[in-house]
Design a binder for this molecule. Structure first.
Ligand SMILES: Cc1ncc(C[n+]2csc(CCOP(=O)(O)OP(=O)(O)O)c2C)c(N)n1
Ligand SMILES: [Mg+2]
Length: 330
């Protein structure tokens, strides 16, 4: 039975929304688990949590092809979890253990898993963007049809390398999707106190790429927008740029809320929490016909996966001395 919604059947839409919820729930559960254990001081890494941002990563990554590649920043847990679905290497890395994807030497800010096409992330603002552009250049040169997706914050637009990369990608018509995750903040500095231009989409559109914008916290909306951005990239052979707004629930780095510092208000948080991505998605699943028990089962399976991974990470050994100088480019 065809029941068309954005061109997919009702059956497809239910399956799609389950997948989106599973991604969002895995991210939220993993980061809430980090919050639960962080003060034990066994995780040997700073953490930049993405609580509140789940709809963006889940929606965009759901729309990626299997062979497409993704790059991210230090706020990358959502990318890692949505792209790979795995949590053993993830938690082992946070605990600084040998079984982490970086053998415990990378930490939270440098997650990657090339076998799943998560190519890398960096702690230095905007530095991963030219690397992603290079990968897109290679894909074009090899004519392999793979797309590159690169995530970065609104703060990246204050780095020269962002503009050089955007210019080069647009000039060479590279197969790349830029995703600006705009929380309006760089640490504690508001965007209006940092950027002379008033509209990110206006200024980026001058480079001749396809520009899309959303303030939605509904992962399905983000998914559909990304599908559109990918189709347009293919059709007109130009990079696409997604400008996506969200609210960072927690402090810039660390596991706490930070309204006491006065640079933002709890009222603002409450406004965004009304449209919390997980609340929206869970409600939607019920509307699509799932029953409470089915959703609880999905959640329980993820809870168990995450708890097992934490146990695994705690038991995993630290890297040995012989690891000190391996994987080091010097
Ligand atoms: C080149 C560079 N300058 C400064 C910093 C310090 N720094 C770390 S995070 C950050 C804010 C970046 O904000 P944004 O790109 O919007 O990302 P968000 O943290 O909001 O996700 C800054 C300035 C850095 N890591 N790299
Ligand atoms: Mg920001």
């Amino acid at each position: 039975m065809k029941n068309s919604f954005f061109g997919v059947t009702k059956m497809d839409r239910t399956r799609l929304n389950i997948e989106l919820y599973k991604k969002e729930y895995l991210i939220r559960k993993s980061e809430e688990t980090i919050r639960k254990y962080y003060m034990d001081d066994e995780m040997k890494t700073p953490v930049h949590l993405s609580v509140g941002e789940e709809a963006i990563v889940s929606g965009v990554i759901q729309a990626m092809g299997k062979r497409d590649q993704v790059f991210g920043t230090y706020r990358n847990h959502g990318i890692y979890l949505a792209k790979t679905g795995e949590t053993d290497k993830f938690f082992a890395e946070l605990y600084g253990k040998k079984d982490g994807m970086g053998k415990g030497k990378a930490g939270s800010m440098h997650m990657f898993l090339p076998e799943e096409n998560f190519m890398g992330s960096s702690a230095i603002v905007a530095t991963v963007i030219p690397v992603a552009v290079g990968a897109a250049f290679a894909n074009k040169y090899k004519k392999n049809k793979n797309l590159v997706f690169v995530f970065f914050g609104d703060g990246a637009l204050e780095e020269g390398v962002f503009w050089e990369s955007l210019n080069f990608a647009c000039l060479k018509k590279l197969p790349i999707v830029f995703i600006c995750e705009d929380n309006g903040l760089a640490i504690h500095a508001h965007i209006k106190d940092r950027q002379a231009f008033k509209s990110i989409t206006d200024i980026v559109s001058k480079f001749g790429c396809n520009v899309f914008k959303s303030e939605s916290t509904d992962a399905e909306v983000i998914y559909n927008l990304t599908v559109e951005a990918v189709k347009k990239q293919r059709r007109v052979n130009k990079p696409s740029f997604l400008h996506l707004k969200y609210y960072r629930y927690l402090e810039h780095v660390g596991v706490n809320q930070d309204f006491q510092y006065g640079y933002r208000s709890e009222e603002e948080f409450k406004k965004w929490f009304k449209v919390d991505p997980l609340k929206i998605q869970r409600r939607k699943l019920l509307k699509l016909g799932l029953i409470e028990k089915e959703i609880k089962e999905l959640e329980k399976a993820i809870d168990e996966q995450v708890e097992k991974s934490v146990e695994f990470a705690k038991k995993s050994p630290f890297p040995g001395e012989e690891e000190l100088l391996s994987d080091v480019y010097a």
